[in-house]
Design a protein around this ligand. Sequence first.
Ligand SMILES: C[S@@+](CC[C@H](N)C(=O)[O-])C[C@H]1O[C@@H](n2cnc3c(N)ncnc32)[C@H](O)[C@@H]1O
Length: 243
Amino acid sequence: MGNRIKEEIKTFDDAAAYDELMARPYTRFLKKNIDDYMSRIKLKDSVILELGCGISEHAYRYKDDNQVLLTDITVSLLQRNDPMCARLAIDAQIVPFKPNSCDFIIYLGILHHLPDQYASLAEAARVLKPGGRIFIQEPHRMSLNFFYYYGRRFFMKLVGVENVKKMIGCYSPDEWQLDKRAFKKVFKKGYDIKRWTILSFRLPPFRFFKNWNLDVTLSKVFDRLPIFKQIGTTIFYEVVKRK
Ligand SMILES: C[S@@+](CC[C@H](N)C(=O)[O-])C[C@H]1O[C@@H](n2cnc3c(N)ncnc32)[C@H](O)[C@@H]1O
């Protein structure tokens, strides 16, 4: 197992830090937006694959009428998912399924943890059925994230990774942002793509701010303005494979 994967697992094995990240107002607002999207996706007798699922907040929606495959590299997180769903420990860069076998593939906040996003997206494109859909949510580079991510790298050099971890909580030192080049290369032809962003304002992701609602409140205001709609800190893609 590579060092990068080991580092990811070490990060996400810290259950208290993960739970704290998931409970932040910023994360809850994001999850609410994702849930609104999911509520519009009605599926029956379909195969749904969630990559890097962590503790899936969406499996419950689909599990009764579909086959839900929850996958992650961190076994301790996988085990916290509903045992009624298939739970598989896999690296999202190598997807061990047949071509054209999945109807809906979900990537929530995982691509920026992968050393080779192209490999994973190419695998998703391979296993997706014609007419199937991929949903992606990632930190958006062309936003305030630009400053936070470079700032974090600078601080890691200055005071060391462990000290930055104490300030930030759940994050892995090598995580970055969506690789748009890889995305464009994989979905160049034969796909219908929708893109949108949310949460134009973001407090620095320090634990100190963990209960502050300010970023959500300000984002709700800024998100109404057309310019901010393009530069939200979270980007979504919906990709549909043409039949
Ligand atoms: C920020 S968490 C997101 C969890 C969940 N998708 C959500 O949005 O609530 C990132 C997840 O990616 C997983 N991960 C990191 N590297 C991975 C890899 N190479 N293959 C599969 N999962 C990976 C981590 O274990 C973790 O569960």
